[in-house]
Design a protein around this ligand. Structure first.
Ligand code: PD2
Ligand code: ZN
Length: 286
């Protein structure tokens, strides 16, 4: 008989976030071989329900979180967006999840300069451990990275002004720019960029600036093969082309988080991959 291990806990969290009903989740677990009582208890726990003795399913409070409500993203409409000092072309917009693909966010010279400034400063990337909030080097993320401080110099400040204008979100709410390098086979397995609200480690990160609301990943080189940014729940894949970028927004005006923004960096199958990432917060950061 299966047990409710960390993989099942993740499944429970994801499906609650997606707005699945308790009954459908209990059915799925029973079909997977769980005893009905075990399945019911695990699902009720995941919904945060503590039934009084003898309470029936029908009498339980409806505590399922609402499904994510898509409100208008802040990014300007149109096929070309004037972003501070540069015209950026829109290649694709997806409404659910909210994803926008851009071309020409950076010039080839700007991409080259960012790579050259970073090459000698790279360190193996870390990921936030959701339980502790500490940074861990883990297998899910085989890349090396560096951070630029916000407004570190005039060049970085110009990049930040452009990105802020494109994302229509204040420069002050941005984390410092991060550069990542992936070698052959390097990847970043699917994850959320927001801090999971139900995990104790997230409070450390949201104490300053609040939750992350949106991400812009900018590609600094053409990747010969693989290395796409993938959105497995949406069936979307964005190819890495120099100066292009993918924007995705996962927090709406009601502070709900969109589970369809699960995303990853597919393994690099040929050549290497350089990206620059900007994460925006709810409020001023840093
Ligand atoms: O390298 C990427 O394409 C990628 C994909 C998903 C980067 C990130 N997430 C990230 O840095 O959060
Ligand atoms: Zn990410």
């Amino acid at each position: 008989m299966p047990v409710v291990d960390s993989a099942w806990e993740e499944w429970l969290r994801t499906n609650v976030g997606r707005g699945c009903s308790m009954d459908s989740m209990i059915d799925s677990m029973v079909q997977a071989g769980f005893a009905a009582d075990t399945a019911r208890m695990a699902v009720r726990n995941a919904f945060g329900v503590q039934p009084a003795n003898g309470a029936t399913e029908a009498a339980l409070p409806q505590s399922a979180p609402q499904t994510y409500q898509y409100d208008d993203p802040p990014v300007a409409r149109g096929n070309v967006i004037r972003a501070h000092d540069r015209d950026v072309r829109v290649l694709m917009r997806c409404e659910r999840p909210q994803v926008i693909v851009f071309a020409d966010v950076l010039s080839p010279e700007e991409c080259g300069e960012l790579i050259e400034r970073s090459r000698h400063r790279l360190k193996r990337s870390t990921t936030v451990n959701p339980a502790t909030g500490k940074e861990d080097v883990i297998r899910n993320r085989t890349s090396e990275g560096i951070w630029f401080q916000r407004g570190e110099d005039a060049f970085i400040e110009r990049m930040e002004r452009r990105i802020s204008s494109l994302m229509s979100w204040p420069v002050e709410n941005g984390e410092g720019l991060q550069i990542l390098h992936y070698g052959m086979t390097g990847e970043y397995r699917p994850h959320f960029d927001y801090f999971p609200p139900d995990q104790p480690g997230s409070a450390v990160h949201t104490a300053q600036g609040g939750q992350r609301v949106a991400t812009l990943v900018i590609y600094l080189n053409d990747v010969a093969d693989g290395g796409e940014t993938i959105f497995p729940e949406a069936g979307l894949s964005v190819a890495a082309t120099q100066g292009g970028a993918v924007y995705f927004r996962y927090m709406n005006g009601q502070r709900q988080l969109d589970p369809l923004t699960l995303h990853g960096g597919a393994p690099v199958l040929g050549g290497e991959k350089w990206i620059m990432t900007k994460w925006m917060r709810e409020r001023a950061y840093g």
